[in-house]
Design a protein around this ligand. Structure first.
Ligand SMILES: [Zn+2]
Length: 159
């Protein structure tokens, strides 16, 4: 069985060694997407290594979706996009995780999914669009502040 890199990244976040970490909530981990082609893009990743949303108990699923919406709302407040995209894909890494991606008026392909934007894909494939440490930390900090004003339990904050 291939080890799950999302479980490994979650463990690194608990250890304080995950540089993109923002917070651990009751059902999952919030991280800035290292590919900041769409500024403010984040991941929300479940604590447990389930592969499908329906693998969570109903109570856990409802709590997870509610938290996911609060993370989305925090991104929206901080980055003021035109639209926010929610995707749970998991074809490469099945551990349930959400791509929360702000879309802007300046978006070169505003109507299509992010996967139709070749410049985004280039950044994805080449580890491009990485902000420097100061900009990464500024974005993490602003998102953490926005999360802290919402009805979520922040079990651990990463500053
Ligand atoms: Zn996993």
């Amino acid at each position: 069985v291939k080890p799950c890199h999302i479980c490994a990244d979650n463990a690194a976040q608990d250890d304080g060694t995950e540089p993109w970490a923002i917070a651990r909530l009751s059902t999952g981990y919030v991280r800035l997407n290292p590919n900041q082609y769409f500024p403010g893009a984040c991941f929300f990743l479940t604590k447990s290594c389930v592969h499908e949303l329906h693998d969570l108990t109903r109570a856990m699923r409802d709590a997870h979706l509610a938290e996911m919406a609060e993370v989305a709302s925090a991104i929206f407040e901080v980055f003021a996009p035109r639209k926010l995209n929610y995707e749970a894909l998991g074809n490469g890494a099945p551990h349930l995780h959400w791509w929360l991606t702000p879309r802007y008026a300046t978006d070169p392909r505003p109507i299509g999914p992010i996967w139709e934007d070749l410049e985004f894909l280039r950044a994805q494939w080449t580890s491009g669009c990485r902000p420097d440490d100061a900009e990464r930390d500024l974005r993490r900090s602003r998102l953490l502040t926005a999360l802290a004003s919402r009805p979520v339990t922040i079990e651990q904050a990463f500053r």
